[in-house]
Design a protein around this ligand. Structure first.
Ligand SMILES: Cc1cc2nc3c(=O)[nH]c(=O)nc-3n(C[C@H](O)[C@H](O)[C@H](O)COP(=O)(O)OP(=O)(O)OC[C@H]3O[C@@H](n4cnc5c(N)ncnc54)[C@H](O)[C@@H]3O)c2cc1C
Length: 411
């Protein structure tokens, strides 16, 4: 079985920045990657927030192993200290990488991985488990099929599974029925989604940088489109606890965004509601009424739920994972990314040790590895990939030794 396993590809779920990076490192280390992407193009999640300016500069957002490959094709590195939008990252880096002749043949677009298991082994069955290859049930426009792999890297992100508005972690009562008036994530308020927000009362819910981006764009829209009202609801009882002193933030573009929010608050361009624990959302005529434990808010036309994201762990349900019950990240990673102790930028470098599960040969990487913790940075994800792929041969005890020089494997 061992020899057969060695000849199998390593499956990568998701062709976002981290999945593409994994494909590059796998290729550099002599593995055969097979990369599945649910979207019609690579990095489909990132394309949905392409209008957002990133708070990390180009130098943080590129994987050196990938740029080395791209440079062979005449690709030119952007200014290291400039801050790209998501769209710029997509067009200048991720799409060229996906189209690279060393990556493109391994990439299957419009291919959704529905579930992963081990051949002839459900989660309960132990004998021979470590020697059994993985089975991925995938669906593409031609239908369903099973793909066999020696190891699995799940880099499928979290953007497709946002958190609910409801205070209990469940949908607020009526939230699903009001879905047509709720946007999850960061809608393109000044671009393609403008008509939904111009001249409307809009409630932004959430206390992170996605909320700040939405508030910033809505305030700009209010200056152009008469009748646009911006409301902001947070769970916290004091805004001073979430809009931090800009001096504390090492990432310059994030600091600029925080300063802008403080300015909007000082100018009273945003009406704030603290201590908001949403219990129900009701429709009254063509308005939404948001009810919380402390009463109801003013009627609004639309809601933007910038309440974060959660991993979809259902596709790995037949595998033996060890997950922290709070963050839903690999157990050993959890203390390193705890949002009570860390923000993006202060999470220490980590790798195969923290990312391993009892099930050998399966790894969740990228933002999905952080579970519900919002502290992920691409730069850390590229370090994860380098460590996991570099150690795959030894960790999975099935793969061939790295056939590329060590320096190439380490990007
Ligand atoms: C608005 C916003 C701004 C951000 N700004 C920054 C920043 O400035 N700096 C920074 O470092 N990080 C930033 N992040 C965080 C993080 O770097 C990004 O979310 C990044 O896209 C994560 O990369 P990923 O490859 O882990 O996941 P994703 O980019 O989400 O990629 C996952 C891919 O998997 C695909 N997929 C999902 N499910 C399946 C399936 N079942 N089968 C096949 N394919 C599937 C998706 O279509 C997607 O293409 C930001 C995030 C958001 C949302």
């Amino acid at each position: 079985m061992q020899n057969t396993l060695d000849t199998l590809p390593v499956a990568v779920i998701g062709a976002g920045p981290i999945g593409l990076s994994a494909a590059v490192h796998l290729r550099n280390c002599g593995y055969r990657p097979i990369l599945f992407e649910a979207g019609a193009q690579a990095a489909a999640n990132l394309a949905r927030w392409g209008h957002v300016r990133m708070f990390s500069p180009w130098s943080y957002n590129l994987d050196p192993a990938a740029t080395a490959l791209l440079r062979q094709q005449g690709w030119r590195e952007p200014a290291a200290d400039a801050f790209p939008t998501g769209r710029e990252l997509l067009q200048h880096y991720l799409l060229p990488l996906a189209a690279h002749p060393e990556i493109a043949p391994h990439l299957h677009l419009e291919t959704n991985v529905r579930s992963v298991s081990r051949l002839h082994h459900d989660v309960l069955r132990t004998p021979g488990r470590d020697d059994a290859p993985f089975v991925l049930r995938v669906a593409d426009p031609d239908g369903e099929r099973d793909v066999i792999a020696q190891a699995v890297i799940d880099a499928s992100g979290t953007y497709q599974t946002p958190n609910w508005l409801g205070a209990h972690g469940l949908p607020a009562l009526g939230e699903c029925a009001a879905a047509d008036a709720i946007a999850y994530g960061v809608p393109d308020i000044l671009g393609s989604a403008r008509a939904h927000y111009a001249g409307k009362s809009v409630l932004v819910v959430g206390a992170g940088h996605s909320a700040y981006n939405a508030l910033q764009d809505l305030a700009a829209l209010a200056g152009e489109a008469h009748g646009t009202n911006v409301l902001w609801g947070v769970r916290c009882t004091a805004l001073s606890r979430i809009v931090r002193s800009p001096a504390n933030d090492a990432l310059q573009e994030r600091r600029r965004l925080e300063e802008r929010i403080q300015e909007l608050l000082a100018l009273e361009q945003v009406q704030t509601f603290t201590g908001l624990e949403i219990e129900a959302i009701e429709r009254q005529d063509d308005k939404l009424i948001v009810r919380g434990s402390a009463g109801q808010l003013l009627p609004v036309d639309r809601i933007i739920a910038a309440t974060g994201f959660r991993p979809d762990l259902s596709l790995l349900a037949e595998l033996r994972l060890s997950l922290d019950p709070t963050t839903q990240s690999p157990t050993r990673l959890a203390p390193l990314i705890d949002p009570n102790l860390h923000s993006c930028g202060s999470v220490p470098e980590h790798g195969i040790t923290e990312l391993s599960h009892p099930e050998r040969g399966v790894y969740t990487l990228g933002i999905k590895s952080y579970g519900r913790a919002p502290t992920f940075l691409l730069r850390t994800g590229y370090q994860q990939v380098r460590s996991v792929v570099g150690a795959l041969g030894t960790a999975a005890a099935t793969a061939p030794p790295c056939s590329a020089p060590v320096s190439a494997c380490q990007g």
